[in-house]
Design a protein around this ligand. Structure first.
Ligand code: DGJ
Length: 524
């Protein structure tokens, strides 16, 4: 289970997931995984996200082979990484690609979603008890295996059930069975939820259709009915799998989401219908109580959209976990909003195999992300507590921005995104994928601050000391009466000092130019 404000815990402490997800087909063999462990270490990740394929672990019905799971656990341990396993089964991006051959060749037994004009899709129906039973049996066997292999060390810290579930290609299953279920009244659990979720997209769909107290799905939800109906059934299906796993072993379980904020936003076409898109979060929470977290895959490159999604999923009943995001420069700055502004408990870029070229060098487009990971790793153990007391601030240079002002307790901070005299300049313009100044500022006490990041200088000034401001030299840095400025990084909970700053290196603000090195500043 999760604890401490939704954090996944390791050794009883909240554990921030600084992760990386491998490409979809990388985890079939020990050999294909072999080079990736090192990539994860080099990117300063603490967690690997790795798929487990139903087709591989149950090639024949009832005959399981978990050797690849053992290999993956061993690889993670050898590299001192934790693991999140991804269960690619009934649904992978809203289709059935990773189901075993014996599922694929028996469509009469494992029934498909049928489109409105009568065609079967390569998508399994959420209304088929035989499929649910088969997936549940396989997932339970996987969880039993993890328990046997890992209950002592707990290398596996979470498991993702399915991957971006829902129906891709149709908003719901129009089979006879699907139509019959769609014709009945929306269940009391849905109806009683609606008055309690004002301001949600689901509530809006209900209100637009007259806020009825009962009726068939289409009467209650109008044009959104097929999606709401499918979301209810997909969530109930997944909850049954989660409940079966929970009965075996207590490991955090989450479901990832292909966002609804895509293209024309038509369920079933622009994204799989029935997933836990932002409008369906309350419904999913009610339908799937055995799932700990609904986790958005956020690939949106502009920060406003990125932050809107963070805000939608960061709720009292749902911590923000981003199990996938783009492996690109935009993520290198957006991740600091997720951590500081939206209390993320973890983030993992997708496709870390692509972070290195054939010679093993970090690709140009990956450098900024690796630097941001290094910066975050340097103060990682401070994050959970700082999120709680609101003293964690994102430093992010957006397009055209040269300065950022941050109000602190007793102090103000001024950030300048120009390190030209340190041989490094963060351009103020250049498009969304341009590398920018970014990092975190944490106030850990009335007069103590940690700064991490790259591409900026930060000045701190006491708010009330008017006399001193009047007397002081006009240059900003000269106003800062530091008692102590240290550089270093956290190793676990321990701050390891690597050097000190004074004179030019602190008189003119705190220059942040070395990504893996944080600064601790204490005032007198
Ligand atoms: C989201 C999926 O969840 C991943 O498995 C992968 O297919 C990526 N999309 C590719 O961008």
């Amino acid at each position: 289970m999760t604890g401490n404000n939704g954090y996944i815990t390791v050794d009883g402490k909240p554990f921030f997931i600084l992760g990386g997800q491998v490409h979809n087909s990388s985890a079939y063999t020990k050999d294909s995984m072999a080079p990736l462990w090192d990539v994860l270490v080099r990117m300063h990740a603490n967690t690997a996200e790795v798929p487990v394929y139903w087709e591989q672990i149950e090639p024949e019905e009832g005959a399981f082979d978990f050797s690849i799971v053992d290999d993956v656990i061993a690889g993670a341990r050898e590299h001192e990484l934790r693991l999140v396993l991804l269960w690619f089964a009934t649904w992978k991006n809203g289709t059935m690609k990773y189901t075993p051959g014996w599922v694929k060749v028996q469509p009469d037994r494992f029934r498909r979603v049928i489109t409105a004009d009568g065609f079967p899709l390569p998508v399994l129906s959420p209304h088929c008890p035989a499929t649910l039973a088969a997936d549940t049996a396989a997932f339970r066997a996987l969880i039993e295996h993890i328990k046997g292999a890992d209950a002592g060390e707990r290398t596996v810290i979470a498991v993702q059930i399915e991957n971006e579930p829902g129906s891709y290609g149709s908003e719901r299953d129009y089979s006879l069975e699907g139509n019959a279920l769609f014709a009945v009244e929306a269940p009391p659990a849905v109806m009683s939820l609606l008055p309690t979720i004002a301001a949600s997209g689901l509530h809006q769909a209900w209100a637009e259709n007259g806020s009825r107290t009962g009726g068939a799905w289409v009467e209650v939800f109008g044009r959104r009915a097929a999606e709401v109906f499918n979301a209810w059934h997909v969530a109930r299906y997944i909850d049954a799998i989660a409940a079966a796993a929970r009965a075996v072993y207590d490991v955090p379980l989450y479901v990832n989401v292909w966002l609804g904020e895509n293209g024309f936003r038509d369920a079933g076409y622009d994204y799989p219908s029935g997933g836990a898109v932002s409008d369906m979060i309350p419904l999913w929470k009610a339908a799937a109580p055995h799932v700990d977290i609904l986790a958005p895959d956020i690939y949106l490159p502009d920060s406003d959209s990125f932050r809107q999604i963070c805000a939608a999923y960061s709720r009292a009943d749902n911590p923000l976990l981003i199990p996938e995001c783009g492996l690109r420069p935009a993520t290198a700055r957006q991740m600091f909003y997720a951590i500081a502004t939206h209390k993320a408990i973890g983030i993992a870029p997708f496709g870390i195999d692509s972070l290195v070229d054939e010679d093993g060098a970090i690709v140009d487009t990956g450098v900024a992300l690796v630097e941001s990971f290094a910066a975050t790793r340097a103060i990682l153990s401070l994050i959970p507590q700082a999120q709680e007391n609101g003293r964690l601030h994102a430093i992010v240079q957006e397009e055209g921005v040269a300065e950022q002002f941050i109000a602190l307790e007793g102090y103000n901070a001024l950030v300048q995104f120009d390190l030209s005299w340190y041989g490094r300049r963060a351009p103020t313009r250049g498009g969304m994928e341009t590398e920018r100044g970014r990092g975190l500022l944490i106030q850990t006490g009335p007069k103590e601050f940690y700064v991490t990041g790259v591409g900026f200088t930060v000045y701190l000034r006491p708010i009330t000391d008017v006399d001193r401001i009047l007397r002081a030299h006009p240059r900003r840095g000269q106003l800062d009466p530091w008692l102590l400025v240290e550089v270093g990084r956290f190793e676990g909970d321990r701050w390891v000092v690597e050097g000190r700053r004074a004179g030019d290196e602190s008189d003119f603000g705190l220059v942040m130019a070395i990504p893996g090195q944080a600064v601790r500043a204490v005032f007198d």
